[in-house]
Design a protein around this ligand. Structure first.
Ligand SMILES: *Cc1c(COP(=O)(O)O)cnc(C)c1O
Length: 239
């Protein structure tokens, strides 16, 4: 099948599914943004997606993001960085991303702020604090694997982000541990979000939910879904 047609059908399927889930949970679908995770997929897929009306793309490697952003500089895209980010790669990501979902330690905040100070785009870099959801499902702490800050450190990171004019605090992000109960994990994320919004009323974004757990994410109030394989197919190689 023609790739453009395939992507159109899968995107429509996912959007239809999201609409149904929103109806079930009494939510407005326009409050839920689908970020299409294009990691490992070529520029040509990004161009198909743009012609289908997608503007929000997700990548999880600094190098791949920089390369694709350069190739797609003619397109009006919002790049979301969703992977674990080494401090020495932060400036490169800060130059092209519109939002970093994986902010989880103070050294990274400082590195992003420095990189965002000489951004190509003029808006501040949007930041989500990634929260480790491992204990929510009774797993040993695996912050080294999936990344994420401890819940107890969220407020301090929020204050640090707010101290830099080049950064904008938008909310929280979480990845459900694959072996655990996604519902419990995302409920914990919702609680962390409520605490954060209590102090910072603008920081309302909840980035949660991938192809396999978008139902649990929408139930728990996700505002941003990160969907890869349900739209683009199984990735050519594992990452
Ligand atoms: C790859 C990735 C996704 C998308 O996963 P799918 O299962 O392909 O939808 C979402 N979030 C993060 C952090 C990822 O690395």
């Amino acid at each position: 099948m023609d790739r453009a047609v395939q992507l159109q059908q899968r995107l429509a399927q996912v959007q239809g599914h999201v609409d149904e889930l929103c109806a079930q949970h009494d939510r407005d679908p326009s409050d839920v943004t689908i970020i299409v995770v294009t990691k490992t997929w070529p520029e040509s897929d990004i161009r198909h997606l743009v012609s289908l009306g997608v503007q929000d793309m997700g990548e999880n490697k600094g190098q791949e993001l920089s390369e694709k952003a350069a190739k797609c500089a003619d397109l009006d895209l919002r790049w979301h960085f969703i992977g674990q980010l080494q401090t020495n790669k932060a400036a490169g990501v800060a130059r092209v991303a519109s939002c970093v979902h994986s902010v989880d330690r103070s050294r990274l905040v400082k590195a992003l702020a420095k990189g965002a100070a000489d951004r190509l785009v003029s808006q501040p870099l949007e930041c989500l604090i990634q929260i480790s959801l491992d204990h929510a499902v009774g797993e040993p702490d695996a912050t080294g694997v999936r990344g994420g800050a401890l819940r107890a450190d969220c407020e301090e990171l929020a204050d640090l982000i707010l101290s830099f004019p080049a950064l904008r605090l938008r909310g929280v992000m979480g990845v459900a541990p694959p072996s655990g109960d996604a519902r419990a994990a995302f409920n914990e994320l919702r609680e962390v979000s409520a605490d954060l919004v209590g102090h910072h009323p603008d920081a309302t974004w909840i980035s949660a939910g991938m192809s396999g757990d978008l139902g649990e994410a929408i139930a728990a109030g996700a505002t941003h879904l990160r969907i890869g394989s349900a739209i683009l197919g199984e990735r050519p190689y594992l990452r």
